[in-house]
Design a protein around this ligand. Structure first.
Ligand code: PEP
Ligand code: MG
Length: 573
């Protein structure tokens, strides 16, 4: 078995069509005129942009806006003034254009690859993609068109160049394997957009796979199996069928409203950690963002993100969703999320210590900077502020005061913001749960964080394997807590969301419907599954199930019963 990066989901089984690596080797030559070389370079860039734009527009219209956006990113990269300047000055120093493109791209590739950060590493594969395409254009390398490949073909190549992929379609190409390329390369974008299973960055694929070999491509796991035996063939054929069935079933829920079986409307949001994630959320037709975890921006830097950097990220997300809600949670650090440059003192019990809003209320500068960034972005959409780990009313009042201070500061600087921005809190501590009625009077919405709520109610560290058998939201204590929070919110007339993992658990969904939860916020990967699961329950059925669950005494009994009920109504896919 060969290993690579699974960049496009699904299982493909077919015969290998090995495309020998393009020989993009060249010999440097003495140039005739600098201007001529510069013109060749600019023409190649123009051609690259034209082809990429065409491909991006095609993908945006026929398949996926998110994937198209990555391609537009390649155009921005090839036009990058610094990169262009470096290439031009090498040409001006007398080098031929092929050498200049190769040399400068290679230096960018090695710079991006040396950084210990996945996103930056991906930039390296983007530049490699650009370099190969520019060289192919410059050297007039005839590119292979895959339009005429026979049905059930698995393409094996060094990289998929743009022109090679223009004729690709999922009717004949059932899998893609390449030796190079990462998650943002052309190859992976095309594969995802067309729904073709793909594994990239497979070392020595061209050496190990022969034309006509039977190959299995497992795009979920990043595995490539060459000449499988009977048992493996049967196992993967079964998996393939299951996957196709699931995908077709879930397609029905794209762009569909989120409703229970008897037509009760719910809202289905996504949890995200960046404005890029927001594009994925939009792609899977989420109805907004129920939780923007802002920690990532702080974690991936070696310094605090500036107000402008944060503002740009929030604004981009707001614009992605326009009139749909985007709930931005203020910095939730501490516990398992450590930011080294903040030098937070090591604590005996970090989960019970200086976490989240407790930390922010003490670090006025950091908190006000984030509040100003969120407020400034609020004019671009329907941004709401969400506060993590609240335990008492004093915290809510202090947050409101800080928001007023941030507004004053913005006014002084002539900056615009949404005056009536909504402020909600996460209910994820037993204290907040017990005083939900008091807190509800002060805020615009609740969001139940079952990940922490379960940890604190069960007194079980959510990351400790030794006690993980106790970590379940199906304990009667947690279920009663959820019911109580939803009822308290509704008594005060505010909507209640759940953004913890339990919101997408098909076993929890009937209980949430029965208790009247208004909004579900889940990860992008399970959005359609959640919409489908909600559609399988009528309120009457869910209520009956919840009534029975509330009489039960143990987690095990509850889970077993919910499994039976979920199977009977087909809510588990
Ligand atoms: C939660 O606690 O349920 C939650 C959504 O927050 P996080 O997982 O980020 O702590
Ligand atoms: Mg939490």
């Amino acid at each position: 078995m060969l290993k690579g990066i699974g960049v496009s989901e699904g299982i493909g089984i077919g015969k290998a069509l090995v495309i020998e690596s393009h020989d993009i080797k060249f010999d440097s030559y003495a140039i005739r005129s600098i201007n001529e070389e510069l013109e060749r370079y600019h023409k190649a860039v123009e051609k690259f942009i034209m082809r990429t734009k065409e491909m991006a527009n095609n993908i945006a219209t026929n398949a996926s806006e998110k994937e198209a956006e990555i391609l537009f990113g390649h155009i921005i990269m090839v036009k990058d003034p610094y990169m262009q300047g470096e290439i031009e000055s090498l040409i001006k120093s007398g080098q031929c254009v092929e050498y200049a493109v190769s040399k400068i791209c290679d230096s960018f590739i090695s710079m991006f690859s040396s950084v210990d950060d996945e996103l930056t590493n991906q930039r390296a594969t983007d530049v490699l993609d650009i370099k190969n395409s520019l060289l192919a254009i410059l050297l007039n390398i005839e590119e292979i068109n895959l339009k005429d490949a026979p049905p059930e073909t698995v393409v094996v190549a060094d990289v998929l160049t743009p022109s090679m992929t223009s004729g690709i379609n999922s009717e004949n190409i059932v899998g893609i394997i390449t030796e190079n390329g990462g998650a943002t390369s052309h190859s992976s974008i095309i594969a995802r957009a067309l729904g073709i299973p793909a594994v990239l960055s497979v070392d020595n694929a061209l050496q190990n796979i022969k034309n006509g070999d039977t190959v299995i491509v497992d795009g979920n796991k990043g595995d490539v199996i060459i000449s499988p035996n009977k048992a493996a063939f049967a196992e993967y054929s079964k998996k393939q069928l299951q996957y196709i069935k699931q995908r077709n079933e879930l397609k029905k829920y794209k762009n569909a409203p989120t409703v229970t079986a008897d037509g009760d409307k719910k809202l289905l949001f996504c949890n995200i950690a960046s404005s890029d994630d927001a594009l994925k959320a939009k792609e899977c037709t989420a109805e907004g963002i129920g939780l923007f975890r802002t920690e990532l921006m702080f974690l991936e830097k070696d310094r605090l993100p500036t107000e402008d950097e944060q503002y740009t990220e929030y604004k981009r997300t707001a614009l992605t969703f326009r009139h749909k809600p985007v709930k931005i949670r203020t910095l939730d650090i501490g516990g398992d999320k450590i930011i080294p440059y903040l030098n937070i003192e090591k604590e005996e019990n970090p989960y019970l210590g200086n976490r989240a809003i407790r930390y922010c209320l003490k670090q006025e500068d950091i908190f006000l900077t984030q509040l100003r960034a969120i407020l400034r972005a609020s004019i671009y959409g329907k941004i709401k502020l969400m506060i993590p780990l609240v335990t008492c009313i004093e915290e809510v009042k202090a947050v409101k005061k800080a928001i007023e201070t941030a507004k004053e500061q913005l006014k002084e600087n002539g900056k615009c913001f949404e005056e009536n921005i909504e402020v909600g809190i996460m209910i994820e501590t037993p204290s907040a749960m017990m005083i939900a009625d008091i807190l509800a009077e002060e805020v615009d919405f609740f969001s139940i964080g079952t990940n922490d709520l379960t940890q604190y109610i069960m007194a079980v560290d959510r990351g400790n394997d030794d006690v993980s058998y106790l970590y379940s939201a199906f304990h009667p204590s947690v279920i009663r807590a959820i019911k109580h929070i939803i009822e308290s919110g509704h008594k005060a007339g505010i909507p209640v969301e759940m953004c913890g993992e339990a919101a997408s658990d098909p076993l929890m969904i009937p209980l949430l419907i029965a208790f009247g939860l208004d909004e579900f916020s889940v990860s992008a990967a399970v959005t359609l599954k959640t919409r489908r699961a909600i559609s399988k329950w009528s309120k009457a059925h869910a209520k009956k199930v919840a009534e029975n669950v509330l009489k039960m005494k143990s987690e095990k009994e509850i889970v077993n019963y919910l499994k039976q009920e979920a199977e009977s109504c087909g809510s588990i896919l």
